[in-house]
Design a binder for this molecule. Structure first.
Ligand code: NIG
Ligand code: FE
Length: 421
């Protein structure tokens, strides 16, 4: 964000959704394509988009001011990918839990035994802020190579005021880092689990979040999330916390209907959340309510894959006229993967999304899921100059490369931040 570039990308196959809010229903598949396109970025912002032949004047003006010139050779140019749901900051790792699950343990049974999220909480409390920053940078550099230009990062492994604040500070330091190749937005997830100190006293922990954490973190982040789940934060507890957050001006997100069907989708619609995420077990009424209320359904196929759960019903959301976003859910427990290529392949193969729909889901709708669709998510004049260039003109390469990377170049704010060999 610090050093914004001046760039001409010429002879690109520009492929993009359009608009300043989420694309819904059939519109998700409606991409604009410019065959031999030219995009000009000034000070990190898109100044011109159109056919190359019509841009002769703009190109020579920009060249005369020393803009970098890049010949895309026909390759597809998409908006930079938005990974709108990650748990990027955490201490420790949980490979043994993964192996227990292979042997038949369930995600919730491990959590109920004091493992799961609580074990990452113990590790995160014991990890210094510097170390959290360094560990997260490792993931960010790899995400950039997969075309990600914006990432959402949640707190939620502190579960006390001190460590939640340490996580939010780590996220801010990463976001402010000179030459960081990715825009980073934060979400407060103090309600990720009930910490061991409050076991059996969920209401008291919700009080602590409402009375101490939410007011204190207001200047550090403007999104609030919750793990709304049976035996974690039930519907009434979630409603109480989210209503308080909304009154303080937070935008809302929910982990909803991930493990069982609880009604989190309906709650997200009732409260006008930005997004409800996971939704593996969403009810039909929840799908309708979210579509009606314009809540983005953020679907996380890597988590369903890793937990061996049924995939979220993407088609139901789209057919109901709703907006679907795709994200990775990178975290040390339920889904230790930030693979954009595998997310796309799973979405196309198992969730029956079209290639065009996955592009919209990973760009404009991801941007809408974090409240940034007016700024990023499409290749349009006035938006940020964030792009991903594929190694071919054919967007069908995206799911075809199963778990392999077809990104040639990642461009952030008009600067080339990654070139894959
Ligand atoms: O989105 N379900 C809750 N939170 C994460 C997993 C966190 C963890 O297991 O550490 C999720 O799946
Ligand atoms: Fe999550």
């Amino acid at each position: 964000m610090k050093t914004m570039g001046n760039l001409i990308i010429d002879h690109a196959t520009v492929v993009t959704p359009c608009g300043h809010s989420a694309c819904k229903g059939v519109a998700m598949a409606d991409l604009t394509t410019i065959k031999d396109g030219c995009v000009i970025v000034r000070d990190g912002m898109i100044e011109h988009v159109g056919p190359s032949v019509d841009a002769q004047e703009q190109k020579s003006e920009a060249r005369s001011h020393g803009f970098t010139y890049m010949d895309a050779g026909g390759c597809a140019l998409l908006p930079g990918f938005v990974d709108s749901h990650t748990h990027l900051i955490f201490g420790g790792f949980r490979p043994d839990e993964f192996e227990w699950r292979l042997k038949g343990d369930t995600y919730m049974s491990i959590m109920e035994r004091g493992g799961g999220i609580q074990s990452t909480v113990n590790a995160t409390r014991a990890t210094s802020e510097d170390e959290l920053v360094n560990r997260a940078q490792w993931f960010l550099d790899r995400m950039s190579a997969m075309g990600v230009t914006t990432v959402e990062a949640k707190s939620g492994y502190g579960l006390n005021t001190e460590t939640e604040e340490k996580m939010l500070r780590a996220i801010r330091r990463l976001a402010d880092k000179e030459r960081q190749p990715i825009r980073i937005v934060s979400t407060f997830l103090g309600a990720h689990a009930v910490p061991k100190e409050y076991a059996g006293h969920t209401d008291e922990y919700v009080d602590l979040i409402i009375n101490e954490m939410l007011p204190r973190f207001k200047g550090m982040t403007d999104c609030c999330d919750i793990f709304c789940e049976k035996n974690v934060f039930e519907i009434e507890e979630s409603r109480r916390l989210l209503k308080a957050a909304k009154e303080m001006g937070y935008k809302l997100k929910l982990h909803a209907d991930e493990i069982v069907q609880l009604g989190g989708a309906e709650l997200a619609a009732e409260l006008g959340a930005l997004s409800a995420d996971h939704l593996l077990h969403v009810s039909d009424a929840g799908v309708e309510a979210m579509a009606e209320a314009g809540v983005v359904a953020t679907l996380l196929p890597l988590t369903a894959f890793t937990l061996k759960e049924p995939y979220a019903p993407a088609r139901k959301f789209i057919d109901a006229g709703g907006a679907v976003a795709l994200a990775t859910d990178l975290n040390p427990g339920s889904c230790f993967s930030g693979s954009i290529p595998l997310s796309i392949a799973l979405a196309c193969i198992y969730m029956n999304m079209s290639v065009e729909e996955t592009i919209t889901a990973l760009t404009l709708n991801g941007a809408a899921a974090i409240g940034k669709a007016d700024e990023i998510g499409s290749i349009e004049k006035g938006k940020r100059g964030d792009f991903v260039m594929l190694n071919t003109d054919n967007i069908n390469i995206l799911p075809y490369y199963v778990g392999m990377n077809c990104v040639k170049t990642t461009i952030f704010g008009g600067r080339v931040v990654c070139e894959n060999p």
